[in-house]
Ligand binder design. Structure first.
Ligand SMILES: *[C@@H]1O[C@H](CO)[C@@H](O)[C@H](O)[C@H]1NC(C)=O
Ligand SMILES: *[C@@H]1O[C@H](CO)[C@@H](O)[C@H](O)[C@H]1NC(C)=O
Length: 199
């Protein structure tokens, strides 16, 4: 007469052993992969790229009566890659020279590959040809010319690839070398300027 009690009722609140097994496996996997990435990163030990302007001069300067500038600019950029596991492909490099927020000249630098732990000196040559200056800018430049130096900014934009082992990481690189006191005579001393790097 009495109905037999159902032999087994699976407890619904607890996950099956298989689900638990898979969860634990996934967790272990995540931890292992995380550790591997951490160890790889630590062994790469990325260090900041450093840039300085070592030399700067202006030649063939001529500011016409109607405020058109002709001049040649020469700078030496020191690019320091202190990394022992990262080399750098500079795929394109654009250099601009500025005076009081007015762009005076623009030029490209030849693409190059910088090995690991390498210091490379780059010659930056730019030319202003009949570049019209704003009235105030021209007046200030004449005043600075008579003092023997002019304060310029050099900005460098570059597309680079960082090579780490077999991986290549694409980045945009912006370098700002602010307030260079540039003499009109190449024989005059130039004070090195440290550049800001935005990577
Ligand atoms: C500067 O340029 C103007 C116009 O081209 C020219 O007349 C003048 O002689 C030049 N001055 C110098 C010092 O080269
Ligand atoms: C840096 O690399 C360039 C080639 O990209 C090489 O000419 C130069 O000698 C290297 N400099 C040093 C200090 O290793």
């Amino acid at each position: 007469m009495a109905n037999p009690v159902p032999a087994q009722r699976a407890p619904r609140s607890r996950p099956s052993p298989l689900v638990r097994y898979i969860s634990i496996l996934l967790l272990v996997l995540v931890v292992v992969v995380g550790l591997a990435v951490l160890i790889a990163w630590a062994s790469v030990n990325p260090k900041k790229l450093k840039y300085t302007i070592e030399q700067g001069s202006i030649s063939r300067y001529n500011l016409t009566n109607n405020d058109h500038l002709n001049a040649n600019f020469h700078f030496v950029l020191r690019a320091n890659n202190p990394n022992k596991r990262i080399s750098i492909y500079y795929d394109w490099i654009k250099v601009t020279v500025w005076y009081e927020h007015q762009k005076l000249s623009i030029n490209d630098v030849r693409p190059f590959h910088q090995p690991r732990r390498n210091v490379t000196y780059l010659d930056l040559n730019l030319m202003a040809i009949q570049e019209p200056l704003h009235g105030v800018v021209a007046r200030d430049m004449r005043m600075e010319k008579s003092s023997g130096n002019v304060d310029l900014d050099v900005k460098i934009r570059s597309k680079i690839r960082l090579k780490v082992g077999v991986f290549k990481i694409h980045r945009h690189l912006n370098i700002l070398c602010g307030t260079l006191t540039v003499p009109f005579s190449p024989s005059k001393e130039f004070e090195r300027v440290f550049c800001d790097v935005d990577l």
